[in-house]
Design a protein around this ligand. Structure first.
Ligand code: NOJ
Length: 561
C-alpha cells in the first residue's frame, strides 16, 4: 500500500465560531484559535480542519461564501489567517480549509452580476431556467430545512428561475460553464500557493446536475407544500460528469501540491465512494459518508460492524477512508452512541479507541477530546440551527406539543455540536468574555478542559495516548483489518496486522457486562496490553472474559497461529 502523510495523520476539526473568542464579541475567531494552538499541538494531532472562515453573510454559518479570497470579519483578517497558518506550520502541523464549490452566497459578485441581466457574462455561472406552465422548472424541493419549499427562486427582473438546492440565498453554481471552472481552479490554487495543506470539499458529489433537470419521480416530501415539492437529494448526487470534473480538478490543481482532499458526500455508499477515492482515479483522497454519524436512525452495533467491513473494502481496492463519529452537523458522539452520564469516561474512551484503531484517517471534532455532550436547552428560543427550528414549527403545526417536539428534536440537533468549547468553569466556560452567540452547555462546570486535565481519568490524556500510539505504530495505519467475534452483538473486535505486528482490539459496545469466548488461536499467542480504559482491571486474555461496560482493550499479540 502506498504510504501517504494524510493516511498517517490525525485531524482535528475546529468550528471557529464556537472554539475560542479573543475579542469578547461572543463569536470565536482566528486569534482565539492562535491562543489555543499549544492545546491542540499537545493533543498530538497533525492537521487542523477549519470550517469556513471566508467572507459570508452567514445565512448558513459560512457555507454561503460571498468572497472566496477574503476572511469573514467576525473571524479576523487575512493577515490573522496567514499568522495562524504560519504558527500551525511552525508547530509542525498542517491546515486544511473547508471549501464550498457547490454554491455561493447570493451576495457573491458573480451572482450579483448574473442576476443583473440575461446577457451578463456571469449569468451562466449559475443555473437559470424558464418556468414551466407558470410554475417552477421542476418539482425539486430545497434541502435547507424541512418544508423550506422549492429549489427554484423566481427573479422578477430577468423573468427566470435560478436553482438553489439549499437556501434561496445560496444559488447553485453551474460547473458546466468553462469560465466558472477556470475561475474556481484559479481560486483553489491561490489558497494552495499561500501554503495551506488541503481541502475538505463541501457537498462535492453534487456539483454536476442531471441533464435536462428532470422532475423527481418520488412522492412529494411531507409536509406537502402547495406544489408538492420533492426533497430528493439523489437528484444532484453522483451525476454523470462528476468524475471527469473531479479528475480534471485533481490534474489541474490538487496533484500539483502535496496536499490532502476529503470530500463530503451525502448519498454515497461504499460502492459509489470507491469511484471517487480509488488512487488510480486521481480524483480525491477520501470521503465522509453519512452511514454512522449522520444517519438519522441510530445504527445498531451489528450494523456498525457491517458498515466498517464494507468501507474497509475500499482500502483493499486501493482507496482510502475516513473515521469520524462527530462533526458540526451531527450530535455529540458520547451522547449518541454511548452514555454521557455515569459511564461518561468509559464511553468517551471506548469510542475514541474505535476511532483511532479502525482503518482510515481519524477526524476528531473539537470538544470530543474532553467528552463534550449533547445539550438539553429548555426551549426552542435557545436553538439556532435551522433544521431544528424549522422542524419544531412544522411539528407544532401538526399538533405536537412543544415539550414533545423538543424532546424529539434534541438528540439530532446540530446545535449539540455547536455549543461553545468548554475550557474551564468560569462564566461562559471560558469561551468568551461577552455573550456567546449560542449558549454554552450548562454542564460546563463538570465537563471542561481544565477539569478533565486535573482528573485522575482524563479523556484528553487518553486521546493523547491513542494519537501517540498511532504515530509510533504503523499497524494502526497500514495494518490490514480482520473482524473477530463478529457474531456477538455488542462486541466490536478485530485484528490489525502489519509487517508481522498484530494488534487485537476488543471492545464492549454496551452499557452492561458482556461475556465473550476468546478464539483459541488468539489465546495461544503471547499477549501484552497496549492500552485499556479500565487500567485497574485484569486485562489478561482468558478463554471466557467478562468485559465491563464500554470496556476496551488494545492487545499486542505475538506467535499467533
Ligand atoms: C454541508 C455542511 O457541513 C453543512 O453545515 C452545510 O449546511 C451544507 N453542506 C451546505 O453547504
Amino acid at each position: 500500500m502506498t504510504k501517504k502523510w494524510w493516511k498517517e495523520a490525525v485531524i482535528y476539526q475546529i468550528y471557529p465560531k464556537s472554539f475560542n473568542d479573543s475579542n469578547g464579541d461572543g463569536i470565536g475567531d482566528l486569534r482565539g484559535i492562535i491562543e489555543k494552538l499549544d492545546y491542540i499541538e499537545e493533543l498530538g494531532v497533525d492537521v487542523i480542519w477549519l470550517n469556513p472562515v471566508y467572507k459570508s453573510p452567514n445565512v448558513d454559518n459560512g457555507y454561503d461564501i460571498s468572497d472566496y479570497q477574503r476572511i469573514n470579519e467576525q473571524y479576523g483578517s487575512l493577515d490573522d489567517f496567514k499568522e495562524l497558518l504560519a504558527k500551525i506550520h511552525e508547530k509542525g502541523m498542517k491546515l486544511i480549509m473547508d471549501m464550498v464549490l457547490n454554491h455561493t452566497s447570493d451576495q457573491h459578485e458573480w451572482f450579483q452580476q448574473a442576476k443583473s441581466a440575461k446577457a451578463n457574462k456571469y449569468r451562466d455561472y449559475y443555473i437559470w431556467h424558464k418556468g414551466k406552465n407558470g410554475q417552477e422548472p421542476n418539482n425539486w424541493g430545497n434541502y435547507f430545512y424541512e418544508g423550506a419549499g422549492s429549489a427554484w427562486e423566481y427573479d422578477q427582473k430577468t423573468g427566470e428561475y435560478y436553482l438553489h438546492n439549499y437556501s434561496k440565498k445560496m444559488p447553485d453554481l453551474n460547473w458546466k460553464n468553462e469560465n466558472l471552472k477556470q475561475d474556481m481552479f484559479k481560486m483553489l490554487r491561490w489558497w494552495l500557493d499561500m501554503g495551506i495543506d488541503g481541502f475538505r470539499l463541501d457537498a462535492i458529489n453534487r456539483l454536476i446536475k442531471p441533464e435536462g433537470l428532470p422532475d423527481s419521480k418520488r412522492p412529494p416530501t411531507p409536509p406537502v407544500g402547495i406544489r408538492g415539492y420533492v426533497v430528493d437529494r439523489e437528484m444532484c448526487a453522483n451525476q454523470p460528469g462528476i468524475h471527469e470534473l473531479l479528475h480534471e480538478m485533481n490534474q489541474e490543481v490538487f496533484s500539483k501540491y502535496n496536499i490532502m482532499t476529503v470530500g463530503e458526500t451525502g448519498n454515497v455508499n461504499s460502492d459509489i465512494a470507491i469511484n471517487y477515492v480509488k488512487a488510480e482515479k486521481q480524483e480525491i483522497d477520501m470521503v465522509f459518508h453519512f452511514e454512522i454519524a449522520k444517519n438519522p436512525v441510530l445504527v445498531t452495533v451489528p450494523q456498525f460492524k457491517a458498515i466498517q467491513q464494507r468501507w474497509y473494502g475500499i482500502i483493499e481496492q486501493n482507496g482510502w477512508i475516513t473515521q469520524y463519529l462527530s462533526n458540526h452537523d451531527s450530535p455529540r458522539q458520547v451522547s449518541r452512541f454511548a452514555d454521557d452520564r455515569e459511564l461518561h469516561y468509559q464511553s468517551a474512551t471506548m469510542l475514541a479507541t474505535l476511532l483511532h484503531t479502525l482503518p482510515g484517517t481519524p477526524f476528531i471534532y473539537q470538544g470530543e477530546e474532553i467528552g463534550m455532550t449533547n445539550v438539553e436547552f429548555p426551549s426552542i428560543e435557545y436553538y439556532n440551527e435551522r433544521y431544528t427550528v424549522g422542524k419544531y414549527y412544522t411539528m407544532l403545526e401538526k399538533g405536537v406539543s412543544p415539550e414533545e417536539a423538543l424532546s424529539q428534536l434534541r438528540m439530532m440537533s446540530r446545535d449539540n455540536a455547536r455549543t461553545p468549547m468548554q475550557w474551564n468553569k468560569s462564566e461562559n466556560a471560558g469561551f468568551t468574555n461577552g455573550k456567546p452567540w449560542l449558549s454554552v452547555n450548562p454542564n460546563y462546570e463538570q465537563i471542561n478542559v481544565e477539569q478533565d486535565l486535573k482528573g485522575k481519568r482524563s479523556i484528553y490524556q487518553y486521546y493523547q495516548e491513542l494519537i501517540d500510539l498511532r504515530k509510533k505504530n504503523s499497524v494502526m495505519v497500514y495494518g490490514n483489518y480482520r473482524p473477530v467475534l463478529a457474531e456477538i452483538d455488542h462486541i466490536v473486535a478485530y485484528i490489525r496486522e502489519y509487517e508481522g505486528v498484530k494488534w487485537f482490539i476488543l471492545t464492549n459496545f454496551d452499557r452492561v457486562n458482556t461475556e465473550v469466548n476468546i478464539p483459541q488461536n488468539i489465546l495461544e499467542s503471547k499477549v501484552a496490553v497496549i492500552l485499556s480504559n479500565y487500567p485497574e482491571s485484569e486485562s489478561k486474555l482468558a478463554k471466557t472474559m467478562e468485559l465491563k461496560p464500554y470496556q476496551t482493550i488494545v492487545y499486542q499479540l505475538t506467535d499467533l497461529v
